[in-house]
Write a protein that binds this ligand. Structure first.
Ligand SMILES: Nc1ncnc2c1ncn2[C@@H]1O[C@H](COP(=O)(O)OP(=O)(O)OP(=O)(O)O)[C@@H](O)[C@H]1O
Length: 265
């Protein structure tokens, strides 16, 4: 159990995801071959790797949007055969329905779960407030900034009580300041849910800020899986290490990741 899940003592647990001997591709040469990877219930696992190393491909496969060419992906021991409301996705380009209001978008996973309309509205408004958008429920996506749209995606992904959230560079298109704010918001909001999170980023500092564990991808496979001790994380990349924390651990991890990434270049 991670620090995050221990803090909220949830009744439900995050999903365990297991990739066993998985090969993924799009019909020509495989992108990733024979991958073994365990995602632990309730952890925040970050995938880093150079462009084209297959980070999004892994996420799509866990989401059930891409079938493995070989091997098996299991969610809590059950082979994944397609998408399901137990696994929510958050994309870089917001992926909101432009004709639906903020509330309409956040209610979507609740509609799929056939939640009654009054309850749907209550739950959606709760998540809209938690991501800091109270008062914006009736706006359309085009009336929001990029950061606000990503907040709506986050609210939508969590509203359906998924057991896993799959986030594909959700802050990649945001400016540095908005991105730092979103990273803080994400940490706070995820503390409210036991969901397992798999998070894709190019940014090593973002990985070190958010992750319980980091998977470094390169050259068709997994190069390294690294534990990030809670003390090695900081409130923001620019912050000094937390009091009493082994700041050296974070620096050493950062150097190790950068070295692995250089070796794959
Ligand atoms: N729909 C697709 N059809 C064919 N090839 C694809 C498709 N999507 C991705 N690929 C190829 O698969 C490889 C891995 O792509 P993927 O998007 O998973 O990498 P990534 O690590 O997420 O990259 P980035 O950081 O640039 O988003 C790339 O060579 C890419 O061109």
């Amino acid at each position: 159990m991670t620090a995050r899940t221990a803090a909220v003592a949830p009744a439900r647990t995050g999903m365990a995801v297991t990739l066993s001997g998985v090969t993924l591709g799009y019909g020509r040469a495989a992108v990733l071959r024979d991958i073994d990877l365990d995602v632990r219930p309730g952890e925040l696992l970050v995938l880093v790797g150079p462009s084209g190393s297959g980070k999004s491909t892994i996420l799509r496969a866990i989401a059930g949007l891409l079938a493995p060419e070989a091997g098996t992906i299991r969610a809590d021991g059950v082979p994944v055969t397609g998408p399901g409301p137990d696994r929510a996705m958050v994309f870089q380009d917001d992926g909101l329905l432009p004709w639906r209001t903020v509330r309409g978008n956040v209610e979507l996973p609740l509609s799929i779960r056939k939640v009654a309309s009054a309850e749907r509205r209550r739950l959606a408004d709760g998540w809209i407030e938690r991501v800091g958008l109270a008062g914006c429920a009736d706006r359309l996506p085009r009336e929001l900034s990029g950061g606000m749209r990503q907040r709506v995606q986050l609210a939508r992904s969590l509203a359906g009580s998924p057991r896993a959230v799959l986030m594909d560079e959700p802050f990649g298109a945001l400016d540095a300041q908005t991105r730092a704010g979103m990273q803080r918001l994400l940490t706070g909001v995820l503390a409210l849910t036991p969901a397992t999170v798999v998070f894709v980023t190019h940014d090593v500092d973002e990985a070190l800020l958010l992750a319980d564990r980091i998977v470094v991808l390169g050259r068709g496979g997994v190069r390294a899986v690294l534990d990030v001790p809670p003390g090695a994380r900081a409130a923001s990349p620019a912050d000094p290490p937390p009091a009493g924390a082994p700041g050296g651990v974070r620096r050493a991890l950062r150097d190790q990741i950068l070295t692995e990434l250089e070796d794959t270049a």
